[in-house]
Design a protein around this ligand. Structure first.
Ligand SMILES: Cc1cc2nc3c(=O)[nH]c(=O)nc-3n(C[C@H](O)[C@H](O)[C@H](O)COP(=O)(O)OP(=O)(O)OC[C@H]3O[C@@H](n4cnc5c(N)ncnc54)[C@H](O)[C@@H]3O)c2cc1C
Length: 466
């Protein structure tokens, strides 16, 4: 007889594993199915964590190389890429094993294998030895995430034509790397390899990088990355990619119709990610997808088939680990009869380059298109004492507040520690803070976060230090 569960989560990424733990905490007998052999999904295995590990290590490498300018003389700085990769892999293993431990602690049953629907209440799990187990469930939460998208007709070989997964595990530093797409994943990976010695070229179809980001920040970001040595080919289309096994030729077409060719050792295609529904046999039970092939849900994460829910990258919305986690918790609480909820207006986003870029809420462009009247407060890190003391003065804080009510509508930071500082403003926005609330809150001195307070003061043109 097949084992019975009250809830089954398909996919053990940040959406799925968090959902499974929350369901178990709420007293629901829960199983989670994961096909990749380790928990944590894209994020822990081939996404957020390994990329942040390499970003940190490569930044340290560059810092040590430049120590002499600061009066610290180091004899010889040498890269040991193999060791660096081992360090990254260790972080991944520790964290993925940690999720397994959390499953045991919370009594979530973990099935290793690929899950698919036999019926709305029956899930088949096929493991890597092709053994099939069928389990029964009252509710199913689909959290199968997303995968890298390529260009039409171009296949990832992860040796010279790379997805982000290949770019996280290169065995040597490529002399020349082309990155197709100026989004955050491409720029993070470009930063890593540029710091380690690659000549990096970013090809972007649009006239700006990081689409969706506040344009003023995006402009400043590109300026800083250019200064760091990254080359940008804007308003340029990749027409073809020719894989010569040990090198690649990329054919380009610029905005004036001029054709050119760029040769490199590796090309990273970073043009977006697509929802992953391929092994679920959704057709057999009639679960509907939207126009972008993501699972269609209502505001309670329910698909069109009763008792089947979906969360994370496989549904609409920003493809971010913390968004998936929030949805995992919300759907678990809704299933348990509580009032789970995600505030999509206050989801922060961070790019972990150096300096970092972080944002929450609306951009100026969004407010303009909504016809919302707003005030702007800005403060540069060059005028922040901590930034000056430690030589990290690039960037600024920008706060957008409602012209009438002063309610904070958006915060955009480019600068050191932006990813940590955005949390303060995320909490403030959750509580409906005004810029005056931030301006009147005491911030420790000397900290980068004083620039946030000064930007809030600057909304009403009363910043002290600029
Ligand atoms: C290089 C890179 C860097 C990133 N950096 C960040 C970052 O810094 N911050 C951030 O917030 N986000 C980041 N992301 C995005 C983040 O990884 C995703 O948004 C997040 O992992 C989505 O979580 P999820 O649970 O929806 O899906 P996933 O993490 O993709 O997990 C889905 C899991 O389901 C499994 N699965 C799929 N089909 C089946 C099946 N049929 N049966 C069983 N299991 C199945 C997959 O193997 C996978 O492990 C990054 C992504 C990449 C690629």
């Amino acid at each position: 007889m097949s084992e019975k569960f009250q809830a089954v989560v398909i996919g053990g990424g940040p959406g799925g594993y968090v959902c499974a733990i929350r369901l178990a905490q709420l007293g629901i007998k829960t199983a989670c199915i994961e096909s990749r052999g380790s928990l944590g999904g894209t994020c822990l295995n081939v996404g957020c964590i390994p990329s942040k590990s390499l970003l940190n290590l490569s930044e340290n490498f560059l810092k040590v190389k430049n120590f002499a300018n600061l009066g610290i003389e180091v004899d010889k700085v040498k890269l040991n890429l193999e060791k660096m990769m081992k360090n990254k892999n260790k972080a991944v293993t520790v964290l993925t094993k940690g999720v397994e431990f959390l499953f045991k602690k919370n009594k979530v049953t973990y099935f290793k294998g690929t899950g698919s629907f036999k019926s709305p209440n029956q899930i088949s799990i096929i493991d890597d030895k092709k053994t099939e187990v069928i389990i029964e469930t009252e509710k199913t939460i689909i959290s199968t995430g997303s995968e890298s998208e390529s260009l039409p007709g171009v296949k990832f070989d992860e040796k010279v034509i790379l997805s982000s997964t290949g770019a996280l595990s290169l065995k040597s530093v490529p002399k020349k790397m082309i990155i197709v797409g100026g989004g955050y994943i491409g720029l993070e990976m470009g930063s890593v390899w540029s710091r380690l010695g690659s000549e990096v070229h970013v090809i972007e179809f649009l006239d700006h990088i990081t689409p969706g980001m506040d344009k003023e920040i995006s402009k400043e970001f590109m300026k800083i990355l250019k200064k760091q040595g990254i080359n940008f080919h804007m308003q340029t289309k990749v027409e073809a990619i020719k894989n010569n096994k040990t090198s690649v030729k990329v054919s380009l077409l610029d905005k004036n119709g001029k054709k050119s060719e760029l040769a490199c050792n590796v090309v990273l295609i970073s043009v977006g990610r697509k929802a992953n529904t391929k092994n679920l046999k959704l057709n057999s039970i009639g679960v509907l997808l939207d126009e972008k092939k993501r699972i269609k849900i209502n505001k309670n994460f329910e698909t069109n088939v009763k008792n089947i829910y979906a969360i994370g990258d496989v549904i609409e919305g920003p493809m971010l680990a913390h968004k998936a986690e929030e949805e995992g918790i919300a759907v678990a609480e809704l299933i348990a009869g509580q009032s789970g909820h995600v505030n999509y207006d206050v989801i922060p986003g961070v790019v972990y380059t150096s300096p970092e870029v972080a944002a929450v809420g609306k951009t100026e462009e969004q407010l303009q298109s909504l016809g919302t009247k707003y005030k702007v407060g800005k403060f540069p890190f060059i005028a922040n004492s901590r930034a000056k003391a430690i030589n990290e003065t690039e960037g600024f804080v920008k706060i957008l507040a409602d012209e009438k009510t002063d309610k904070v509508l958006g915060v955009h930071i480019i600068g050191s520690h932006a990813g940590e500082m955005i949390a303060e403003m995320t909490v403030a926005m959750e509580f409906g803070a005004s810029s005056e609330d931030i301006a009147r809150t005491c911030h420790a001195h000397p900290t980068f976060s004083e620039a946030v307070k000064e930007a809030a003061l600057s909304v009403d043109k009363r910043a002290i230090h600029s």
